[in-house]
Design a protein around this ligand. Structure first.
Ligand code: GLU
Length: 366
């Protein structure tokens, strides 16, 4: 990708890039990265940073035992570490005339369309005022249920939300290696063979490994965003990639762009449950791009309410689509298998003919 068309880049910086073996933030690295980010901003490219390292740095600062730490200790570490991390970003961005704008998110911010759009406005406004957004998971308040999970996933969500042209995932290896240990320069599709090359399972302080990076790269390319996994410690790596250089493993953006609202349904929200459908309905939804009607529903799995995002699956559990449901799991359990003209009699009301309308339904591959 040439510099010319790469107008907005999201750069995710992993804990392993930012911290040393004593869990201390490596200032030299942040200094280098801040200089590269600033150079791109000077040339008119918007840069959004998604930075890990808060928990790692906080553990070091609080001198917490690495092995025995409770959730509340991790959250305390995140609170202390995040502050410290932002100080350092500000120090080095400041040397180049920029300022950092902290944004801390959880999965819930992506589930709610208004909050989701609001994050976009804030990011755009920061960039308009020459501030560099520095995003992280809000680890000091987030529990398992509301967590994005890992910053690879978070950075993909942010890259999409902010309509980035490119997502750069910086880690401590050169990119993805094949089973003979050779760097793969380019991946056209994330297949099971490609997944089998993942060995790294992440370190103690970071949530992700190569697998979460691959999933992020896959979702990014499907959203029309080119993705590169590369070594964050390599000199001028961000500049090299932004200028079309060969660093890391490249995942070229897919040509077919799904509309923003449908991408939000498909990738940004965690599904609240599943609707199990018969083969006819699966085919109508997947191939015919039709709405899902109660007659094709066999069962539900999990508790959800109307307006939630749910997976539409076959009896074997194969994912067919994802969509916003018009009815709760309880209601669907009462109308499953019925013709639409019987919905009202069964429920006492009928707001919609469809369980999921085709406009709110996205066919996704598992
Ligand atoms: N949010 C975590 C932190 O800042 C890192 C999560 C991750 O590495 O994926 O420490």
């Amino acid at each position: 990708m040439s510099k010319k068309n790469s107008k907005r880049i999201t750069v995710k910086i992993g804990t392993r890039v930012l911290t040393d073996s004593r869990n201390e933030i490596d200032r030299r690295i942040i200094s280098d990265l801040a200089a590269q980010v600033s150079e791109l901003m000077n040339s008119g490219t918007d840069v959004i940073v998604v930075s890990s390292g808060a928990i790692g740095a906080g553990l070091g600062l609080l001198k917490l035992d690495k092995k025995q730490r409770s959730l509340s200790e991790l959250q305390a570490a995140a609170s202390v570490g995040q502050n410290h991390l932002m100080d350092i970003y500000n120090e080095y961005l400041g040397k180049n005339g920029y300022i950092a704008g902290q944004i801390l998110l959880t999965q819930e911010d992506f589930n709610d369309r208004r909050r989701f759009l609001n994050i976009r406005y804030t990011l755009n406004t920061l960039l308009k005022h020459k501030a560099v957004p520095v995003v992280n998971e809000n680890d000091s308040i987030s529990t398992e249920e509301i967590k994005c999970g890992d910053n690879d996933r978070l950075s993909c969500l942010v890259a999409d939300l902010a309509a980035s042209d490119m997502l750069i995932l910086l880690t401590d290896v050169e990119g993805l290696y094949d089973d003979r240990g050779r760097l793969i320069e380019r991946v056209d599709e994330v297949t099971d063979d490609i997944r089998s090359f993942c060995r790294g399972k992440g370190c103690e302080e970071s949530a992700g490994g190569m697998m979460t990076k691959l999933e992020a790269a896959r979702n990014a390319t499907r959203s029309g965003i080119t993705c590169v996994i590369a070594n964050g410690r390599k000199k001028d790596v961000i500049l090299d990639i932004a200028h079309g250089g060969k660093s890391g493993t490249l995942f070229e953006a897919a040509g077919r762009k799904v509309k923003a609202r449908k991408r939000w349904i498909a990738y940004s929200i965690r599904p609240s449950g599943r609707i199990i459908v018969d083969p006819g309905a699966a085919k109508a939804v997947a191939q015919g791009r039709r709405s899902l009607l109660p007659s094709g529903v066999l069962d539900t799995d999990g508790k959800f309410i109307d307006g939630d995002v749910v997976d539409v699956v076959t009896e074997k559990g194969e994912l067919v689509a994802r969509g916003l449901t018009n009815y709760s799991s309880e209601e669907i359990d009462r109308i499953k298998g019925l013709r639409t003209d019987r919905i009202e009699k069964e429920l006492g009301h009928k707001d919609y003919d469809e369980v999921i309308h085709r406009d709110n339904l996205v066919v996704v591959e598992g």
